[in-house]
Design a protein around this ligand. Sequence first.
Ligand SMILES: Nc1ncnc2c1ncn2[C@@H]1O[C@H](COP(=O)(O)OP(=O)(O)O)[C@@H](O)[C@H]1O
Ligand SMILES: CC(C)(COP(=O)(O)O)[C@@H](O)C(=O)NCCC(=O)O
Ligand SMILES: [K+]
Length: 249
Amino acid sequence: MILELDCGNSFIKWRVIHAGDATIVGGGIVDSDQSLVAEVSTLASLRLSGCRIVSVRSEEETAALCALIGQAFRVVAQVAEPAQQAAGVRNGYEDYQRLGMDRWLAALGAFHLAKGACLVIDLGTAAKADFIAADGEHLGGYICPGMPLMRSQLRTHTRRIRYDDASAARALTSLAPGRSTVEAVERGCVLMLQGFARTQLEQARALWGEDFTVFLTGGDAPLVREAAPQARVVPDLVFVGLAMACPLD
Ligand SMILES: Nc1ncnc2c1ncn2[C@@H]1O[C@H](COP(=O)(O)OP(=O)(O)O)[C@@H](O)[C@H]1O
Ligand SMILES: CC(C)(COP(=O)(O)O)[C@@H](O)C(=O)NCCC(=O)O
Ligand SMILES: [K+]
């Protein structure tokens, strides 16, 4: 079994797969290294032979997580490293090492699945879009604040925007004009994300006509579902790319 980790700025997504056929044994989302070890340890049949990690956290945080995994599960964690090209995709950044590893792996996964031009929209702490042409050239992308950042900036930089998580969740049952602060902010931020997604689709159409595949991933992907009805929702797109970048068999 292989432990796979996707360490974003807010959460660690994890899953355990069988080494042979890649069937999924278990998975989840946690907010700390300690909770990760605790959750993975609860898998009854756990027999790890390896671990691969993608991280957009600092070198120090990533090294600390690898050390913890080593102690807890007796496996050496392999961390995905930047590359100029891989699996038929050429990194489009001027300095390829600067492209976020989650974006790079999602691009590899998307191109592998689409076998043609594709647009990846990844909605996490940040909202990201990446464009990969039919010949595998990564054309670059866009980064904007995602839902958690938009929300927290409003809370931090205003005096009268204050509400709790439970009312935030309730506010999103509709996108009608808000009649309370929580509705106005939560719905406003979702409309920003949807606008982001629509603009990326327009860009893709300008580049490729109708001949492209759209992938939607990241924890907040469900919030823009209607704005991109043609999108393939692939929550584990980064893991698809991670397996390609770090083969362990
Ligand atoms: N089970 C969950 N736990 C936490 N956040 C979740 C969950 N499901 C969806 N989300 C949403 O996912 C977002 C975080 O997305 P994610 O892609 O994990 O971010 P990052 O990779 O930047 O850590 C949160 O804003 C939250 O709204
Ligand atoms: C853009 C990001 C902060 C997104 O992080 P996430 O929302 O997945 O937590 C991450 O991909 C990153 O740190 N990228 C490096 C900068 C860049 O891609 O240009
Ligand atoms: K991420």
